[in-house]
Design a protein around this ligand. Sequence first.
Ligand code: PGA
Length: 267
Amino acid sequence: MTGGARPPAPSPASDARRPLVVGNWKMQMPLLRAAATARAIVQALPPLPDREVAVAPPFAALLPVAQALDGSPVLLAAQDLFWEDEGAYTGEISGPMLREAGARYVIVGHSERRRYLGETDRMISLKAQAALRAALRPIVCVGERQDDRVASRHERIVGEMLLRSLEGIPEEATPDLVVGYEPIWAIGTGCAASADDASEMHAALRDRLRSRFGASAARVRILYGGSVSEQNIDDLMSRPDVDGALVGGASLRPQSFARIAAFKPHA
Ligand code: PGA
């Protein structure tokens, strides 16, 4: 199983790891509000030609949100997919179906799915491969628990989790691969990792990617997620290995999300 079809040719800027900000709406809003929220985000965003912005609504809202985003620069993402392309898999949704709905990105291995649905690194690696086969860019999520950080084993735990989750991903797929570093203790807690801590971890993850993909590791985007806000985004995005953000709670508020997407790194 390899990369298969690729998403449309990236613009030249993407060679330099074009920043990416993704709103993960989880299961947090009534379906009827999803399209209106998408429209409000499109309206609130200033022109941002140097970066990509995406929102990930729940499956049932993908089509109305795709319509709401039509003609705008905001891309559609999905929150999950199944690792087979079609078949008798009740309740699941495939990569080709997500593409048909207009998705360009798909989150895989979010810690909430690892925790509540029992997703393993092996399942996540199969999902990432399935995404690439369908010309979707996978956002592969990894992150440590609080006790791992307290015991200073977070770099090892997350580094190993990352390599297992990327099993079977070929080096040619690196321009389409996105990693989401999301410390579990920072998700939904209002207590984000400091820019220093995030930066240290992103550099460690880049090293792991280098051990696996060599020089092509420089093409993989690494996003930070966990209580990203209007207050901390500029600091986070000023760090060299932080290539974007995964935004949960704040992405439900169009003005906040627009401000986050319009981050301004310090000079
Ligand atoms: P949060 O969620 O921004 O609400 O912490 C982030 C995520 O789970 O992707």
